[in-house]
Structures are given as C-alpha cells and as structure tokens.
Design a protein around this ligand. Structure first.
Ligand code: 1CP
Length: 342
C-alpha cells in the first residue's frame, strides 16, 4: 500500500489532512526560480535542460513540502516537439508560427518528437530519484484542444476564432490536426510514464469555450483516446483531467473519458462538484488564485469553505487555476498552515 498522500487520495481514500500542491507552484513568485531562470537562456531552453528543469521542479518541494511535484515543462513543448517554431516573448507570452490550414499539416513532424523533447524524460527521472518518499511526481501535457488553440492562433487568444472557424468549416482537416496532436501527446505522456511519472495530468485550460458538438470532437473524443492509450501501457497510472470552466460538460467528461479524477476550476461551486463528481471519483481544487494573492481573512474564509465541503471525500487541495507571479510567499505558507491544521 502506498504511503504517498496524493496517490492515496487518487485511490479513493480519505484522510484527516488532504494532500496539497499548487498549479504553477514552480515559477516567478519564487526568488530561487528567478535565479535559475536568469541563467537558463530562453524559456524553452529551461524546459529542455534536465538539470535546471529538475532543480525548479524540486524548489517548491524543498521550500513548502508540497505533497506533489509537477514536472517543470510547458504544454507548448508538444508543438515544439512536432517541429513548430516556438518562443516565449517577455510581456507577450508564447509565439508560434501558426498552422492555419490543412496544407500546413505537412510541416508537422510526429516522427521527430521524441528526439526534440526527450530531455524532458530525463528531467522526470532525475526528479523521481531526488524526491522524498512521500512526494508524488506528476507528469502532464496540455489536452489537444487547448494546445491546438496556440498552434492555430500562433499564441494566446481572446476568442479562439481562427481555431473554431477551421473546426466548423473544414472538420476533416481539423480532425487530421487533432489526430496528429493526440498521437504526439500519447508519445509524450508515455515517455514521462516510462521515466517515472506517478500521475499524469491533462490541462484543458480553454475547454470552456466550445459548443457541445465541438466539445465532443475536440475534448471528449481526443481525451478518451489519450487516456485509453496511457491505460493500455500503464493500467495503474492515475490520470487527472482538467477541462477548465467546462461547467455541466464535466458530467460527460467524467462519464466518458476514462480519467481517474478531475481538477475543478474556481467558478464551479464546490458543493456541486462534491455531489455530482466526488460521488464518482476524487476531485482536486479549487481555491481562487486571487484569494491566495490577497491572503488574510479572505483567504482563510475561502479555504475553510472548500475544506468544510470537500475534505470529507477523496480530495486533493489545489488552486482553481495557476498561481500568479505576484503572489507573496507568506500567503502560500498561510495556506499550508490552514490546510494542514497548524
Ligand atoms: O519564466 C516564466 O515566468 C514563464 C512562465 C511560465 C511557466 C512558469 C510559462 C509560460 N509556463 C510555465 C510552466 C508551466 N506551464 C507548468 C509547469 C509546472 C508548474 O505548474 O509549476 C505547467 C503545468 C504549465 C501549463 C500551461 N502552460 C498551461 C495550462 C495550465 C494553465 O495555467 O492554464 C497553459 C495554458 C500554458 C501556456 C503558457 N505557458 C506560459 C505562458 C505565458 C502561457 C500562455 C498562457 C495564456 O495564454 O494565458
């Protein structure tokens, strides 16, 4: 029987103190991260440098004793692995050479993925070796829909118009893009599993903007294929899905995709999540990252209202979205004291 609190929660066990980790727990709010970041060259260089990426993965474990370590990489490493030029521009975010139509698909090179991103697997094995016995190593990838928005728009987007237009006007071509990204994602996740990831998480940050038909095409079906491929190679490896802001679509997602647990976003009422999801599988979430930024009594109230409702069932405490770079470290400490009852 495992003694790792996150694996226990994912196996359906309830404990007095729920395990906790935070999305984007390695990052700019930590001075020790900014130090490594300065030495790394580009952000992509950092993601592909096993020594440095392992170091920043371990930083929040050393500082806070988080129950989970999330691999330091990015969801856009898969497009990079497919040969799509990628850079991160200070103040603007990711910039990619957009893949706009069916003709552009021939530029994507599935066969070259392992060679381009294999360093990430090396990071996974280094972290696994260095982690304390009670800490769970979480690997991840973006889900096809969210990754594809960046591939098609060429970066972050307000309305995903080019991506959705393509899906509506050329469904076969768009499906061919989904297929390539599904295959790349499977290869990438299996590489992480082989290297020692103990849990895999699928980030579908922009799952909340799709019509029911597109949700089926771009979220449910691809996720089902990825989970099924992971499970046929690693039947006991838990997969956490995060169809962020998908509202009532969470019900189809948990019924159909085969994930073992879901992360819930901040807008989802925790009581609804407990009644409709936690009765079927463990949940993770969903503190507002801005409440963590604010700290003080407001943070205490938000944390209490989540724990009171969700901690009686299988539960992992987390944020509802990534931690913000301006978050004071003392507020993270305050959160940990509260959740751990100290
Ligand atoms: O040095 C820096 O400050 C770069 C900022 C940064 C970091 C720390 C980016 C750029 N990515 C990351 C790491 C990262 N990204 C992790 C590492 C592990 C951890 O959680 O600590 C993870 C899991 C991600 C996942 C990720 N990247 C998502 C999904 C989760 C979410 O927050 O919604 C998304 C959408 C991205 C894309 C991305 N990466 C970085 C930027 C600026 C963006 C664009 C975000 C946007 O479009 O709003």
């Amino acid at each position: 029987m495992t003694e790792k609190p996150i694996l226990k929660a994912l196996a359906g066990q309830v404990s007095d103190i729920p395990p906790i980790w935070l999305m984007r727990q390695a990052g700019r709010y930590l001075p020790e991260y900014r130090e490594v970041r300065k030495q790394a060259g580009s952000f992509v260089d950092l993601c592909l440098n096993p020594e440095m990426a392992a170091e920043v993965t371990l930083q929040p474990i050393r500082r806070f004793g988080m129950d989970g370590a999330i691999l330091f990489s990015d969801i856009l490493i898969v497009p990079y692995g497919l040969g799509q030029p990628l850079k991160f521009v200070e103040g603007r975010g990711p910039v990619l050479d957009p893949v706009k139509d069916r003709q552009a698909l021939s530029r994507l090179d599935l066969a070259g993925l392992t060679k381009r991103v294999g360093n990430v697997y090396e990071t996974v094995s280094r972290v696994r070796e260095a982690l304390p016995a009670e800490t769970t190593l979480i690997g991840f990838s973006g889900s096809p829909w969210t990754v594809i928005t960046y591939m098609v728009e060429g970066g972050s987007s307000k309305d995903y118009a080019a991506t959705k237009q393509w899906a509506y006007s050329d469904p076969e071509g768009f499906q061919a893009l989904i297929d390539i990204v599904v295959e790349g994602t499977i290869t990438y996740l299996l590489g992480q599993a082989k290297a020692g990831a103990e849990v895999l998480k699928l980030f579908d940050s922009w799952a909340g903007v799709l019509s029911p038909r597109l949700f089926r095409m771009a979220v449910l079906e691809p996720t089902k294929r990825i989970v099924s491929a992971v499970k046929s190679a690693y039947p006991d490896l838990p997969v956490i899905g995060f169809p962020r802001a998908a509202g009532a679509n969470y019900l189809d997602y948990i019924a159909e995709t085969g994930v073992d647990a879901v992360a819930v976003d901040t807008a989802m009422p925790i009581r609804w999540a407990v009644e409709n999801i936690q009765s079927k599988m463990p949940i993770q979430g969903n503190l507002d990252p801005i409440a963590l930024l604010a700290g003080g009594a407001g943070l205490e109230q938000e944390v209490k209202s989540i724990l009171d409702v969700a901690a009686a069932g299988p539960f992992i405490f987390n944020l509802g979205h990534g931690i913000l770079p301006t978050t004071p470290i003392e507020h993270v400490e305050q959160l940990l004291r509260h959740v751990r009852g100290k």
